[in-house]
Every structure is written in C-alpha cells, then in structure tokens.
Design a protein around this ligand. Structure first.
Ligand code: NAP
Length: 282
C-alpha cells in the first residue's frame, strides 16, 4: 500500500485507510468485520479510523480486537472525542476511555469529532495536553471549515494541527474549493470520509458506459478503486473507506499505487464539478 507523509507529522501513513462507523457489532458479521480489518492491515491499510461515538465505544473495542498481536508501530490509529465531551476534563477522560477500549497506551491521532459548544480554546488546550502526556502523538479536528481550522490552529502552542477530517466524495467535492488548498499550504492532512457517498454513490456513472465505468475498464480496475484513487490524487489527501467484508477491503487496497491519467482526471472533473459553499457534513 502506498504511503505518504501525513500533514506536518513526518509519519508515512497509508493513502487508503479503514473506517469503522456502523461496523457490525454482533454475530457472524462482527466476526467477519474483525477479519476484514485484519486483512486490511495485512494489505497495508494501516490507518484505522474510529471514534468514541461509533457503536457507543463498541467500534473501538472491535478495533482493539482486530489489532491484537499486530506491532503497534505498524498502525496509525485515529479516534475522536464527542463534542459533548469537549470540556478540558471531558476530553482527557474521553481519551482515557478510548485508549482502554482500543487497548493501546497512545493514539496516533485524536480529533474533535465536530465543532462543540465548549470554547474551542478549551478543547484544543486539552488535546494539546494529551500530546504532552503521551496519550496521543498528534491532534486534529473534523468537520471544520477553513475559518474554524484557523481558529483551532490559533490556540495551539506546542504542536501543529495535523488533520481535518471531512466529508469528501465525487458528488461532494466542496472541500477542494477552499479547504484543501488551505490545508495543503499549512501542511495539514485532509482525510476524506464517506468516500463512496453512502446514499449518493454515483450509480449511473459507474455503469460500463459511464465515465467511471469506462476509466475503470481502461485501467483494469474497479469503479471504487478509481473513485478512491481520484479522491487521494493530491499529496495532502487520504481516504478512509469503511468495509466490513473481506472482499471489499481487498478491493479497496487496490485503489492506490497507480495513477489516473490527466485525461481521466479531466473527465471525472467534468462529470462531478466542484461546488463552492459551506462545508457539507453527513
Ligand atoms: P463509506 O466508506 O463511503 O461506505 C461504506 C459502505 O461502503 C459500506 O456499506 C461498505 O460495505 C461499502 N463498501 C466499502 N468498500 C466496498 C467495496 N469495495 N465494494 C462495495 N461496497 C463497499 O462510508 P462511511 O462509513 O460513512 O465513511 C467511511 C468512514 O469515515 C467511517 O466508517 C468513519 O470511520 C469515517 N467517518 C467520519 C465522519 C466524521 O464526522 N468524522 C463521518 C462519517 C464517516 P461493507 O461494510 O458491507 O463492506
């Protein structure tokens, strides 16, 4: 799996990671999801994205189970604090709970999940304190637009803001208008979530005669591989598809390590134009 430097961290992170929202929490589908995460790790999808919100902590426990026996240094684990835990003490306590559920002593990245009603300065101070305490290596935000990213940056004294994680798929390319150029300039990693758009998957364009279908056939790839490759074509962008089936993880692992042509990118650009506007969220 192709890796690239993650924002300001100097850590090489897999271009394609693994999300865990809505991961099956019981029965045979849970077992398969654990296997899928492990298979993904084997294939180099070592950037694992979770959050205290997902399954009220159960996704973090599943991540913990999947990574057991894997060298911790091979992994880049992200979790997120709920905005309702955004007070100074709330952030510190939430991080402790996440560490316990995942079964690790230190996260790689800890994010504020979306803007909270607590003063952002208080939340950012707490995140910074977690770096100083060795509870997370890096910190960042999620669902923040440019002005909010700038405000978050302004409160940090000793560590840079490493990442903004935002909704980004071919039918939601808004981040490319302002946010991505800003993050690229500031060396902030942009992590795109929901790369397949949930209910907005481009079905028509994915058909054999559609723009994505044609490009996929020309490269001997699948449409989902083309989508992930397109979304991560800029140096500062990473994607975290969620797949709880082994065959899906294997397919997603084939999305990096090759390049779309300039003509492919232009054709996708024309089919899915960038619309400016406030940052979209799910
Ligand atoms: P997504 O990754 O765009 O789509 C997930 C869906 O796509 C699942 O139904 C999955 O099926 C399916 N899928 C995955 N790979 C596939 C493949 N190769 N072929 C066919 N189907 C495939 O959506 P998402 O879960 O919303 O977003 C990804 C991750 O981003 C989340 O899990 C979460 O970690 C993160 N996220 C963050 C935020 C935030 O506010 N920061 C918000 C939303 C999401 P199976 O599960 O059956 O394999």
């Amino acid at each position: 799996m192709e890796k690239k430097a993650f924002g300001p961290t100097r850590v090489e992170v897999s271009v394609i990671g693994q999300g865990t929202w809505d991961i099956p929490e019981s029965g045979a589908r849970r077992d398969e999801a654990v296997l899928a995460l492990r298979r993904g790790i084997e294939l180099g999808l070592t950037h694992i994205d979770t959050a205290e919100m997902y399954g009220s902590g159960r996704a973090e426990e599943i991540v913990g189970e999947a990574i057991r026996g894997v060298g911790r240094e091979q992994l880049f684990i992200t979790s997120k604090v709920l905005p309702s835990n955004g007070s100074y003490k709330g952030v510190l306590a939430a991080c402790e709970r996440s560490l316990r559920r995942i079964g690790t002593e230190c996260l790689d990245l800890y994010l504020l999940h979306w803007p909270s009603s607590y003063p952002l300065e208080e939340t950012m101070r707490a995140l910074e304190a977690l770096v100083e305490q060795g509870k997370t290596r890096f910190i960042g935000v999620s669902n923040f637009d440019v002005d909010q990213v700038q405000e978050a940056q302004s409160y940090l004294r000793s560590v840079p803001l490493a990442c903004d994680q935002v909704l980004y798929h071919v039918k939601e390319r808004g981040p490319e208008a302002q946010l991505l150029p800003y993050c690229a300039k500031e060396h902030i990693a942009l992590v795109g979530y929901t790369p397949f758009g949930r209910g907005r998957f481009p079905r028509k364009e994915a058909e054999p005669g559609g723009v994505l279908g044609r490009i996929a056939a020309a490269h001997g790839k699948t449409v989902r591989q083309v989508i992930l490759n397109f979304l991560t074509r800029e140096r500062s962008v990473f994607a975290i598809p969620k797949a709880s089936r082994v065959e899906h993880v294997q397919e997603n692992a084939g999305a990096a390590g090759w390049r779309l042509t300039a003509e492919d990118v232009a054709a996708i650009d024309a089919a899915f134009p960038v619309h400016e506007g406030p940052l979209a969220t799910l």
